[in-house]
Design a protein around this ligand. Structure first.
Ligand code: HEC
Length: 135
């Protein structure tokens, strides 16, 4: 009844709607597989700063040297390079976020939430870029 042209339009419309639905769904908690047809994510320290507050990192970590529940994160990028000789500073920071129990900073308890392993890789990259900027 629609003829060929109509069918193609309906198909194009439904693909469009699926793309919109996919773009809106940021809250499933499942780590999305990066789409290899898209350019790689450029780490965004400003978004990292926003996440640091919104994900409650700032409840336990100051961005200077003050201790709250966790260590102050000033200079974390240079400290991170010295924590584990098998890890680069970037790898150590990412491990600290995704798997905080793997390395426990001296004098602190293993109480950082494990739930940050659910963050997308883009968010972890943005947080890392922000932490690197703390001097
Ligand atoms: C409930 C408190 C708490 C929250 C929330 C928390 N952390 Fe932590 N974090 C800690 C504690 C305590 C340590 C030290 C013990 C350890 O190494 O796991 C730590 C360690 C770290 C370290 C390693 C510091 C070092 O000197 O080696 C980094 C980096 C870090 N956290 C980043 C984050 C980020 C980013 C977030 C938010 C996504 C976050 N933390 C949320 C408590 C917390």
């Amino acid at each position: 009844m629609f003829g060929n042209f109509g069918r193609i339009r309906i198909f194009a419309l439904s693909v469009g709607l699926m793309l919109i639905a996919a773009a809106c769904d940021g809250s499933s908690g499942v780590i999305p597989t990066p789409d290899s047809s898209l350019p790689p994510h450029v780490a965004d320290a400003a978004n990292g700063q926003r996440l640091f507050k919104n994900e409650s990192c700032s409840a336990c970590h100051s961005t200077d040297t003050r201790r709250i529940t966790g260590p102050g994160l000033a200079g974390i990028y240079s400290t991170a390079a010295t924590r584990d000789s098998d890890l680069t500073a970037d790898q150590y920071i990412q491990q600290s976020i995704r798997n905080p129990g793997k390395f426990i900073v001296d004098g602190f308890n293993n109480i950082m939430p494990k739930t940050y392993s659910q963050l997308s890789q883009d968010d972890v990259d943005d947080l890392t870029a922000y932490l690197k900027s703390l001097e």
